[in-house]
Structures are given as C-alpha cells and as structure tokens.
Design a protein. Sequence first.
Length: 131
Amino acid sequence: FEQHDTIDWIAEGLIAYLEPHQHLPLFEMTHHNSGPQSRMILTVMDGSSGSQNFQRMGVHIPWKKLSSLQDVIRTAQQAGWNQVKIVHFDELYQTYCCGCNCEDESHIVGNHNTRRPPVDLSGYVLVTLEK
C-alpha cells in the first residue's frame, strides 16, 4: 500500500451500519490515503426509503433514521471527494440484462443462474466518488 497510489475503495453496505457521525472520519481517512484519480464505491440506502426496506427484511438498525443520500454525498464532498456519480440498481439491471428472450428476463449478462435479489433494492443506490 502506497499512500500516493491510485486506490479503489469499496464500501458495499457499510454506510448504513455506521452512525451518521462516523461517515466524515471514514471519508477523510480514505481521501487522505488516496492518490490522484482514486475512487470510492459505496452502496447507500437512502434514508427516505431505507428504514422501511430494513423493516421489511426484519433488520433492526439501532438509530431511528438513516442518513439521506444527499447527506452522505455532502459529507463525502466535505472530506474532499469531489466527483460524484449515482446509479440506481434498477439502471444496472436494465443495462446488464442478458436479453436472451427466455422466460425469466431477470438474468444478468453471461450468467443465467443469476436472478434479481429476492429483496427490494429500490431504496439502494450505487455511488462512485472520485478524487
């Protein structure tokens, strides 16, 4: 690990499990330890719909409300991550559906055993931050 190298950080599902006051130190640490053109990829459950999705899955989050997507992005930008791209999971499915005209249209390209997850991901977004 070299602090000035380009780094790709992945924080899949992490943000929802951290308390909101823990987001800034995470973003500051990753930004500080990243060289030019580094990226951080997050999955974020928007607080506006996320709590309801967690309740449907039977998961209890120890605080009353998740951070909103806008708050997470604002905190990342405060730490220096300045380029933000947001992709909703439905967009990923539409982009990578195999198009094979079989009975199950939920396939992902090249893998007919992969199906859409059995949980509702409508509140999730993929966020890419670039330095």
